[in-house]
Every structure is written in structure tokens, then in C-alpha cells.
Design a protein around this ligand. Structure first.
Ligand code: ZN
Length: 427
């Protein structure tokens, strides 16, 4: 591995923490780039759930990096070995970079199955135990542009003992060293980048040790694991991220695993994170909801309608939005979405979000989506996923725009407005 080509170039760093810039030198030819803060395109086995490639590409501003997870891929090792041409071609993906992570951020991973030498992932057929040798054999057949190193991430629960957390940090560093040895001796992985994984649970000293030691290794970037939604509150997460990022080199990207809620994303960008996974719109789609939070900060009078409409959330009725509480249950709806199964939408002839340019909002109304959901039509998932994906990636665009124009406080105000039942519900 002749040193990483991946490099972050900043256009702005605000208060020493929030970073706006471009991640350059991506892909095997080093010609690709992506803007940060940004998110990766979430997929199941290379496919954005519910969407064909054609449908997906009706959306603009899609991320240039697609995320695939070993939990999906590991059980197809033999087929991919036989196929030989890598996962990108196997899944019919063309103009995208590929990032391979260990776990699916939207699928709960049972704990208690790691050993000193192995970690486990769960596919549709059950548990698959990975050694470093098997993990690296999978990377060779997937042929991603970057991948996360093998890690023991079972310390996110807040009652994990200090001893267990220390062991997780040690094991993860050992896995990284072993992965790097195999990587450096593999022609198939020439030009592929490795991200080191920072563990440490909720123990500050272990977080700092994990970051410091990982930063000494020849990695292109860092994944921060064990800080996901449900593991801790945002105040503690912010403190841990701030301590970790102090130990990391400025010009290498930092990917935060398992955090997708807009309020948490904003706080984590302020704490120094660059990259996120985009599983949140998928979770919202699966519960029959539509993202409708407001992120419009441009003073465009034509968008005034969106402003009027944007604060509307399900803050009353049978469904209770998830405010700052109930963090443990990611299946619960949040205050950033509306529940279209609710009866009040059966005669609501507005689009999901006024002014949204997605196919769903341009062609359909809430009442039609309500009908599709209550009659269990597959099209409901397709249309919701189109809108939720467009809305979420639009939010990241607005976030970069806000950082560029010194409007982060304004954006936060827009996004957080109406949370926790503060907004009047319009009938
Ligand atoms: Zn839309």
C-alpha cells in the first residue's frame, strides 16, 4: 500500500470543528471526489431498497459512494468467487464508488458472538463467523474502493464493563494490524483504501487510546463505531467525538456509524464528523412515513409555501413522535416525519412536501399514498423511498450550503423547529 491517495481539502472549518470540504483522490484511479459533510448511499446487497437503478437515477444529487455491508455479502462468498469480476459488476452498479462496511446500520446485530479471533455478521441465513482471513478474502472478491477494517464493536451498550471495552479496543487494533498485513500483500487490493475503526464504548480514555493508536496505522480514514442512536445521549456522544477527533489527523475523513437522525447529524457535524450512513430514510419508509422536516434556508419567495407547510409534523393523535426520549427504539417514528397511514391523510390532496422536486411529490398526493399504504400496495414503499431519499440528501446539500454561508444556526433552527410537539398541527 503506497500511502493513501484519499485526502480531505477544506474550504471552511468553523470554530475549529465543523468541516466543509471535498474528499479527493477517491476510486482506484484517484479521480473521483465527494463533498463533506456528506453521506453514503445506503443499500441492501447493492440495491437501494424498493428502487431499481432507473428509478434511483430519477433523483439528482445522489452520493458518489455506495455502501454495501458484509452481513449481506458474506453468505454469497462462493457465488462471488465464481463470478470473479467484483461486486460492483455483479450488482449491476456502474458509475459509483463502493464502500464495504462490516454491519448493516439498520439491522440490529445480536451481541455475545465475538472472540479474540472472530467477529460475526448475520445474513438472511443466520450467523456467519469471520476471521481476518475470511474477512480479507471477502474484500478481495468484493473489490470495493474502500472498506472498514474488521472490528469488535460489541461495546455500545451503556452497561458494558471497562474491562470489556478495553478488550474491544485491543482486539480491534489487532484485527486492523492483521488486515493491513494481508492488504499490503494482496495485488487484488492495490489502490483500495482501508478505514481504521475507533472503538471505546462510552469510556473517554479508551476512546482516546483507540483513536491515538489507530491514527498511527497507515489508514485512509476513520470509522467511529459504538456511538449509534440508542447507545447514548447526544451530549455524551458529542463529548466523545470531540475527544476522539482531537487525536485524528485533520486531512483524513471521519465516518460516523449508525447515526442518521437529522438533529443528531447536525450535532455530530458540529463535533467534527464528515461522513454518515443514509439508512435513516429507509427506516422512515419501512414504517410508512414520509420525511417532511424543513431545511430551507434560501431566501427564495417561491419557497415560502414550503415554509408554511414544513413545520407540520405528527405531533398529536395516536402516533407519538420520538423526541429526545425513547432513543432505544429505532422503529419508532421521529418528529421529522409524518405517518401517512393516519386517517387524517385520506383526503389530503397536497404532495408529501410542497416544493419537493421528486417524482413522488410531482405526481402524487398524500391521499394516494395513504390509500397505497392501507391496502399494502408495493408501490407505497417505492414512492416513499423516492421521496425520503431525495429529502434526506437534500438536507445534506442544505447543510453544506449553510456551512458555506455561515448559516448553520439558521439551519438548526429550521430543522429542530417543531420538535417535541411545539408546533401547531394544521388541519
Ligand atoms: Zn418528494
Amino acid at each position: 500500500m503506497a500511502g493513501s491517495r484519499m485526502k480531505l481539502e477544506f474550504s471552511r472549518v468553523i470554530q475549529g470543528r465543523s468541516r466543509l470540504g471535498v474528499l479527493k483522490g477517491l476510486g482506484r484511479n484517484g479521480q473521483d471526489s465527494m463533498e463533506v459533510p456528506g453521506c453514503l448511499l445506503y443499500t441492501h446487497f447493492g440495491t437501494v431498497p424498493h428502487l431499481t437503478q432507473d428509478t434511483l437515477h430519477t433523483l439528482s444529487n445522489l452520493p458518489s459512494v455506495t455502501q454495501v455491508t458484509l452481513s449481506n455479502i458474506a453468505e454469497h462468498q462462493e457465488v462471488l468467487e465464481e463470478f470473479k469480476d467484483g461486486f460492483r459488476k455483479f450488482a449491476g452498479l456502474h458509475d459509483t464508488l463502493l464502500y464495504c462496511s462490516l454491519h448493516d446500520p439498520a439491522a440490529p446485530c445480536p451481541t455475545g458472538y465475538t472472540t479474540n479471533k472472530t467477529v460475526s455478521v448475520w445474513g438472511s441465513g443466520g450467523r456467519i463467523e469471520l476471521t481476518v482471513a475470511k474477512f480479507m478474502a471477502l474484500q478481495k472478491i468484493v473489490q470495493p474502493d474502500w472498506y472498514q477494517s474488521m472490528a469488535d464493536g460489541e461495546t455500545w451498550q451503556n452497561n458494558t464493563s471497562r474491562k470489556r471495552v478495553r478488550k474491544s479496543v485491543d482486539r480491534t487494533l489487532t484485527h486492523l494490524d492483521e488486515c493491513l498485513v494481508v492488504h499490503q500483500n494482496s495485488q487484488e487490493l492495490d489502490g483500495v483504501e482501508v478505514f481504521g475503526v475507533v472503538e471505546g464504548g462510552d469510556i473517554l480514555e479508551e476512546r482516546v487510546r483507540s483513536a491515538r493508536e489507530t491514527a498511527k496505522r497507515p489508514v485512509a480514514g476513520f470509522c467511529l463505531d459504538g456511538l449509534q442512536t440508542g447507545s447514548m445521549d447526544q451530549t455524551l456522544r458529542t463529548q466523545l467525538i470531540a475527544a476522539v477527533t482531537k487525536e485524528l489527523p485533520e486531512d483524513k475523513p471521519r465516518l460516523l456509524q449508525g447515526v442518521g437522525r437529522p438533529d443528531e447529524v447536525l450535532a455530530c457535524v458540529e463535533a467534527g464528523m464528515d461522513l454518515f450512513e443514509s439508512f435513516f430514510p429507509f427506516q422512515v419508509t419501512e414504517r410508512g412515513c414520509a420525511l417532511c422536516f424543513d431545511f430551507n434556508i434560501s431566501p427564495d419567495p417561491e419557497r415560502a409555501v414550503l415554509e408554511l407547510n414544513g413545520g407540520e409534523r405528527d405531533t398529536a393523535g395516536e402516533t407519538q413522535p420520538n423526541g429526545d426520549h425513547n432513543l432505544d427504539d429505532q422503529t419508532q417514528m421521529t418528529s421529522f416525519e409524518i405517518d401517512l397511514k393516519d386517517k387524517r391523510y385520506q383526503d389530503d390532496f397536497r404532495p408529501l412536501v410542497e416544493g419537493c422536486g421528486c417524482y413522488c411529490c410531482k405526481n402524487h398526493q398524500r391521499a394516494y399514498l395513504h390509500h397505497l399504504l392501507v391496502t399494502n400496495e408495493l408501490l407505497a414503499g417505492v414512492l416513499l423511498m423516492i421521496h425520503n431519499t431525495a429529502h434526506y440528501h437534500g438536507f445534506f446539500g442544505a447543510l453544506r450550503e449553510a456551512l458555506a454561508n455561515d448559516q448553520l444556526d439558521l439551519l438548526k433552527d429550521r430543522v429542530l423547529r417543531g420538535r417535541g410537539g411545539q408546533t401547531e398541527r394544521k388541519e
